[in-house]
Structures are given as C-alpha cells and as structure tokens.
Design a binder for this molecule. Structure first.
Ligand code: ZN
Length: 287
C-alpha cells in the first residue's frame, strides 16, 4: 500500500502500518480502545474541537491549498451561522500571525511539509508524517499548538521505595505519584521524537535533529522552539518502545486480549451499550 495525504489516516493504513499515535494509544492509553480504533475500526470517535483547531493551524503552515481545503471541509465548525469565525479559530488566527511575525519560528518552518516516510523498524512497518523536514540542514520539526508551553501540569508516575520512577506501572514500580511536568513530558514528546528519528534513520540512512516548534493558546500567545537533540534521552525512549512493542503487536494480531481501562470514552460507551457497570472496593484515604 502506497501512502499519500488522502489515505494516510485511513483504517487500512493503520492496519498495515504502526504509527506513533497508534503505538501510544496501545502502550500508554487504553488497549481496548486502541484495538477498537486501529484494528477493528468499530470506534470512530469524532475528533475533538481542540484537535480540529490544531489541524487548522497545521494546515495553515502546510500550504494555502491545504488550509483552504480544511476550511471548506470544516465550514460549520469554524464559522458561526452569521458567517463570523468562532472564538477558538479567531484565537488560532492570532497565534498564526504571532508565529509569522517571529523570524526564528519561520526559520524552522523552512523545508518540506507533511512528507510521509515508511520503514521497517523493530520488526514492524511504521509510517510517519513530518510537519516540516529540512533535508539540507537535517532537522525535522513537529508543530504544536498547545494550552501553554511554560506551565506545568499533573501527570501520574509510578515509583519504588528507592525513588526510581516510570510512566509505566510495573511490579517494581507500582506506587502512583502525581507530579507536575512541562507539556512535552505530559504529551510524551521524547518518545514521539525518538520514534520519528529512528524511522527517518531507517528510511533515509540519515540522522535528523528533532525540534518542536510550539505556539501556545495563551493571550498573547507564547512561541518557543524546543531543541530535542539529546541522544541519551532519545535512546532511553527507543529502549522503552522496544520493551513495550511486543505486547502491542500481540494484541494487534489477536494473540493477546486487550485490557479495558473502564474509564475512557470508548470503554464507557461499550459498557453503556452492554448495560454493564463496574463494582469497585473503595480505596482508603492515605496521604
Ligand atoms: Zn478504555
């Protein structure tokens, strides 16, 4: 299957190729929801408005044609009945303007847009789509339009008594603890960038420097360029992907039954359809 901008996000493409989003959905999200979305296709959850606003900003930086096409397809979401831009999109326009006004940001926007790469890595075929890739200067840029680039947010990690911790719960690292971390940790961007870099290396034989070009939804918008060139951090993420991937592949092949988290929208939907509910033992309150 040859991937292009039309079929890239199709169920068929997701069944044939692993992607960063699919891997994350299985490895860090709800396995059952990921299975219903990427394998059987029975879960066709609508994109949230926040995601669509992100796509609006992405399409602007992709090309005028892509932006016009996006606006046409999403007219009702973007415009009010009286033909005015809805607040979220008006704010996105301000953010776009602010970014365009910033020469350093625009410097990193130079390169090929939305290029697709496929490669076999860790025994499975992967697909990636790069927001911006500069083949001369050897960097790739992921464009992010997020709530804040500076405020820290809560994330649950699992730890042991020695103080070791991981975002994945295991027998050794089992005690949950909530800590405040910056946006690129919350969104697991080290892992995303590590996978991008590995696929690009497998596809082109070249090492690309991963960079995040961030714009915040704050007023006025914040703009930051985040250099993710840290071989040690990226290598650690690659090891984690290699560790988590076999279970993901077994679930995908139907060899292992995916676990329902019972909390996500997909699981709640399933339980409502089946008329089921969870019966739990209340946890004591311990600080
Ligand atoms: Zn779930």
């Amino acid at each position: 299957m040859k991937l292009d901008s039309v079929n890239y996000y199709s169920l068929e493409a997701d069944q044939k190729y692993m992607s960063v989003s699919q891997f994350e959905a299985f490895a860090h999200g709800c396995e059952a929801a990921a299975y219903r979305r990427y394998v059987t296709g029975e879960d066709k959850s609508e994109e949230s408005t926040a995601l669509r606003v992100g796509s609006y900003v992405h399409s602007y930086f992709e090309s005028p044609e892509a932006h016009t096409a996006f606006c046409e397809e999403n007219k009702e979401l973007i415009m009010t009945k009286t033909g005015k831009l809805r607040t979220d999109f008006e704010k996105a326009n301000q953010a776009i303007k602010a970014a365009e006004n910033c020469p350093a940001f625009m410097f990193f926007m130079e390169g090929e847009r939305e290029q697709i790469f496929t490669a076999k890595w860790l025994g499975v075929n992967w697909k990636i789509r790069c927001d911006v890739i500069n083949h001369q200067k050897k960097y790739l840029v992921d464009l992010k339009y997020v709530k804040s680039l500076s405020q820290h947010d809560w994330m649950t990690v699992y730890r042991d008594e020695q103080g070791n911790y991981s975002r994945i719960q295991s027998e050794q690292l089992s005690t949950p603890k909530n800590i405040k971390v910056p946006f690129h940790i919350i969104w697991n961007y080290w892992q995303r960038m590590a996978i991008y870099q590995a696929i690009l290396l497998a596809a082109t034989g070249e090492v690309y420097r991963p960079i995040i070009a961030g714009i915040s939804k704050e007023e006025p918008p914040d703009i930051k360029i985040l250099d993710m060139h840290n071989p040690e951090a990226l290598e650690a993420e690659v090891s984690q992907v290699a560790e988590l991937l076999p279970r993901v592949l077994d679930i995908r092949k139907g060899k292992v039954k995916p676990t329902n988290c019972n909390n996500c929208a997909s699981c709640r939907q399933q339980m409502r359809q089946q008329g089921k509910c969870e019966i739990l033992t209340a946890e004591p309150f311990v600080l």
